[in-house]
Design a protein around this ligand. Structure first.
Ligand code: FE2
Length: 435
């Protein structure tokens, strides 16, 4: 068992100035800064981490990722059009070459990046179109290995269509039998709108029968007529899946008429559907057929939040057929979501931080140790120490994650970020970009 650790001089997301003691995997003492009681000093071998007024936050949760495709950029070629559909084509060309070991190694590398950036839970989709389900097997193996310190959920994702792929139904079922956690879907990629609707109904029934959650790629298009989200809300209600269904992307809602959005949002709130926007990917893949002005493609995050819908931001891709950039940094995701969604008010910026912490924790059904802005006594010590005073500064600076702790164990440490400035005729000074 690891030694006790005291985080001294830290701020919580809600602004409390505290000292926080962690022991045997849990938060065992929370006291106002400088008023630490006897228990922290009574313990021997306490490591003191000086927070220096930094932010002690719950970890980041990535609600939407594709670990099977990550870090495969350029295999076998680059995406020239920049569209979702060329990305799907490139992935189809790459798929026959995949091995279980290759997927496992790339996914593991990406998880290491994510952990160093303060992410301790992720929902990844896995393409179930491969006849041997190599990617699913690789990710199931990885999920078991990281389980002591990282929550990895896997979604069975029929990339080439649940009904459109000749063995789509059978392979998705097989993936669930192997132990994949969540039922996925891609209704806008089925052959017709009617087939898309049918796929939503079948997949919701399957999830209800097996007691599983649902997370569908839903209406990832600029087509204002793509409205599978409406069917998803209806089927959620029909099968009593309230609170257990996520609609990912929903980019069509960006382009849909206001009257439709006004009708839809209360339906989503009623069905307790979680929505995940993927700002880095939506802003680059969508609007590709537009001249100027070009649509942004991200769903209506502000209107959804105002309507009581739980909205998260996901990373979606890092260096794969759809996106050439990224470093598994949820603060980069939050910053892009903030800009694209024009969420620039103080409340809006704080909402963007929640969209990469407590909101995805709720969507994934994670329990204590991931949610809430206040630290809870005796909760698992899943904590990150950021070189920033509050969530807004964390997003502005994409602040250094000085310490990443999972269940009381420190998994990653990083030095504070600073530059030494030496100007002519002036003394050298340290620049930290903090206020
Ligand atoms: Fe995706």
């Amino acid at each position: 068992m690891s030694h006790p650790i005291l985080f001294r001089d830290v701020y919580t997301v809600s602004g409390s100035h505290l000292d926080v003691l962690v022991h045997q995997g849990k938060i065992v003492e929370i006291s106002p800064h400088g008023e630490s009681t006897h228990s922290s000093t009574a313990l021997s071998g306490v490591e003191v981490i000086e927070g220096e007024g930094g932010l002690l936050s719950p970890p980041f949760v990535d609600a939407h990722f594709h670990l099977d495709a990550t870090l495969s950029l350029g295999r076998p070629r680059l995406n020239r059009s920049g569209t979702l559909f060329e990305g799907i084509q490139i992935w189809a060309e790459q798929k026959p070459m995949l091995t279980e070991e290759d997927v496992y190694q790339r996914a593991k590398e990406l998880l290491h990046w994510a952990i160093a950036r303060g992410t301790l839970a992720m929902r990844t989709h896995v393409d179930t179109g491969d006849r041997e389900l190599r990617a699913a097997r690789a990710l199931i193996k990885l999920r078991a290995e990281v389980a002591p310190y990282f929550d990895l959920q896997i979604v069975a994702f029929p990339q080439d269509g649940y009904l459109r792929h000749p063995r789509g139904v059978e392979l998705l079922t097989e993936a669930l039998d192997l132990g994949v956690d969540v039922v996925g879907g891609i209704p806008h990629f089925e052959r017709t709108t009617a087939a898309g609707r049918e796929s939503v109904a079948l997949l919701c029934r399957l999830a209800a029968d097996r007691g599983l959650r649902v997370d569908m790629h839903c209406d990832e298009t600029d087509d204002p007529q793509s409205r599978h989200i409406e069917t998803l809300a209806e089927q959620t209600h029909r099968f009593g899946l309230q609170g257990r269904v996520t609609a990912s992307h929903v980019t069509s809602l960006h382009s849909a008429p206001h009257d439709f959005a006004a009708k839809l949002i209360p339906l989503l709130a009623e069905s307790e559907i979680h929505v995940v926007a993927n700002p880095l990917i939506n802003i680059t893949l969508q609007g590709r057929r537009d001249s100027y002005p070009k649509r942004r493609g991200m769903t209506r995050v502000d209107e959804l939040m105002a309507g009581g819908v739980n909205v998260s931001f996901g990373h979606d891709c890092v260096m794969d057929p759809w996106y050439a950039l990224g470093s598994a940094d949820m603060l980069e995701v939050a910053q892009m979501g903030l800009h694209v969604g024009q969420l620039t008010s103080l409340a809006g910026m704080r909402d963007c931080y929640r969209a990469v912490t407590q909101n995805p924790a709720k969507a994934l059904g994670l329990s204590e140790g991931f949610s809430g802005e206040r630290l809870t006594l005796n909760a698992p010590a899943n904590l990150i120490l950021l070189d920033a005073k509050d969530p807004i500064e964390a997003i502005r600076l994409r602040a250094t994650r000085r310490v990443v702790m999972s269940r009381g164990h420190i998994l990653s440490r990083a030095p504070k970020s600073a530059a030494t400035l030496t100007l002519p005729d002036e003394e050298s000074r340290c620049v930290t970009f903090r206020t």
